[in-house]
Design a protein around this ligand. Structure first.
Ligand SMILES: [Zn+2]
Length: 86
C-alpha cells in the first residue's frame, strides 16, 4: 500500500484538514488538553494520534504569521478523545 498522509494510521479513516490555533512560547505541559481540563497520559494520547487542539509554533511569534495551522484531523480520533473527556 502506498503511504497516504491523509489516512489515520491507527483507525484507517480518511482525515480532513482543519485549522487549529497555534500557541507560541514553551508550554510547560505538552499533554495538557484545555477542553479535557486535564493532562492526559501518554497511554491516553496514543488513542488519538490525529486529534489536536493546538499546534506549537515555536518560541516567538513574528508579525504576519498566522494564528492557525491546518492539520489533519481524524474523525475516529476525535471520537476517541471525546470518550476520554467523559
Ligand atoms: Zn484516527
Amino acid at each position: 500500500m502506498i503511504y497516504d498522509a491523509s489516512i489515520c494510521e491507527l483507525h484507517g479513516e480518511r482525515m480532513t484538514r482543519f485549522p487549529v490555533p497555534i500557541t507560541w512560547g514553551h508550554p510547560t505541559d505538552w499533554n495538557y488538553h484545555p477542553s479535557a481540563g486535564r493532562t492526559l497520559s501518554e497511554d491516553e494520547l496514543a488513542r488519538f494520534p490525529h486529534y489536536l487542539e493546538r499546534v506549537n509554533g515555536g518560541c516567538v511569534k513574528f508579525r504576519g504569521m498566522s494564528d492557525t495551522a491546518d492539520v489533519y484531523i481524524c474523525p475516529a480520533c476525535v471520537s476517541a478523545f471525546q470518550r476520554l473527556r467523559k
